[in-house]
Ligand binder design. Structure first.
Ligand code: NAP
Length: 308
């Protein structure tokens, strides 16, 4: 039995060190030193190409090295092999930090002050209290919930929208397509933390934007294809939307000639909102492997019919 790590190379050493220290009984290998592929039972990967998966006859579990799995071609994963996503504190903490930073930057007009500084203008703006702003989060899963719970501590009015109804203290909850527009109608800042599926692709579009209050801003930390980029540019240019903070884009890396780079009210980061941290992820993964060895249910198994 062997475990193969075939993901982010710079962080492979941290994974190896963890397994060497805490699970010396397990044969932990790092790509490309995979050894005999017939011995691989557990694969930790970001991309899992079909031809590579077919070369692993004993594969028991495929672990995505990230929180999402939309990059994995599910049809290439044998039916008997569960696909498990990464649910670990490092990813959650990173996302909470990023969204808090982005929401607070919008709330406290930091992007306006960056512009004002460039033209050496001393231009104090009103400082409205957090309680006067409504922040809406699409997707009340592991990350959406953690983000809402942190934003609550700042005193914002909060809304969440989810497929199935969810209850979070201090958050007005909306569920399903029928409550989507009602949810949007008061969101001064809209945060997308949905998984990318056929029902969420393109959900940040002109119709969604038109249901937001005039002057709203959006923060997309889900996936690039959630956003119809042309609709965003049109909504910004018309003045209906104020700002967009995008951690993810349709094409990554964002091509140098793309208009999002140059738009004065778009702030782009290169898909860094949160990342799997080996220090916190490796113990979770080891626990899942031990569970599998004891024939216990794994944590974070993807529902193939829903795609997340
Ligand atoms: P999760 O725990 O699976 O939560 C997803 C939530 O979205 C669930 O509550 C689900 O509702 C809801 N949902 C799914 N489809 C929906 C729909 N059509 N309409 C309304 N709600 C829907 O996932 P997570 O760990 O919070 O992660 C969310 C996403 O964040 C990931 O899939 C990934 O794309 C993104 N992400 C981005 C970064 C980054 O660096 N930018 C890092 C990590 C993750 P139900 O439970 O009712 O089905």
């Amino acid at each position: 039995m062997a475990i193969l790590y075939r993901s982010d190379a710079p962080r492979a050493a941290a994974w190896s060190q963890f397994f060497a220290k805490h699970a010396p009984d397990l044969d932990f290998r790092v790509w490309p030193d995979a050894g005999n592929l017939d011995e691989i039972e557990y694969l930790i990967a970001w991309q899992a190409p079909r031809e590579f998966l077919t070369s692993l006859p004993r594969l028991k579990v495929l672990f995505s090295s990230g929180a999402g799995v939309d990059h994995v071609d599910l049809s290439a994963v044998p039916d008997h092999v569960p696909l498990v996503r990464m649910v670990e504190p490092g990813i959650i903490d990173g996302m909470v930090e990023y969204v808090s930073l982005a929401v607070l930057a919008v709330h406290r007009d930091f992007f306006d002050y960056v512009e004002a500084q460039a033209s050496r203008e001393w231009n104090p703006l009103e400082v409205p209290p957090a309680s006067s702003r409504t922040i809406g989060v699409m997707g009340m899963g592991v990350l959406g919930r953690a983000v809402l719970e942190r934003l609550r501590s700042y005193g914002f009015r909060l809304r969440g929208w989810n497929r199935s109804p969810r209850t979070i203290i201090g958050v007005d909850s909306y569920a399903g397509a029928e409550q989507f527009n009602e949810f949007l109608s008061r969101c001064d800042v809209l945060v997308c933390l949905l998984p990318l599926t056929p029902s969420t692709v393109g959900i940040l579009n002109s119709k969604t934007f038109s249901a937001l209050p005039h002057g709203a801003s959006i923060i997309n930390v889900g996936r690039g294809p959630h956003l119809v980029e042309a609709d965003l540019l049109a909504a910004l240019d018309s003045g209906h939307l104020s700002r967009a903070i995008l951690d993810v884009t349709e094409t990554e890396p964002l091509p140098p000639e793309h208009p999002l780079w140059a738009h004065p009210r778009v702030f782009v980061t290169p898909h860094v909102a949160s990342m799997t941290q080996p220090e916190t992820a490796a113990p979770i993964l080891l626990d899942n492997i031990r569970r599998d060895q004891r024939n216990e249910p794994l944590i974070g198994v993807i529902d193939r019919s829903r795609g997340y």
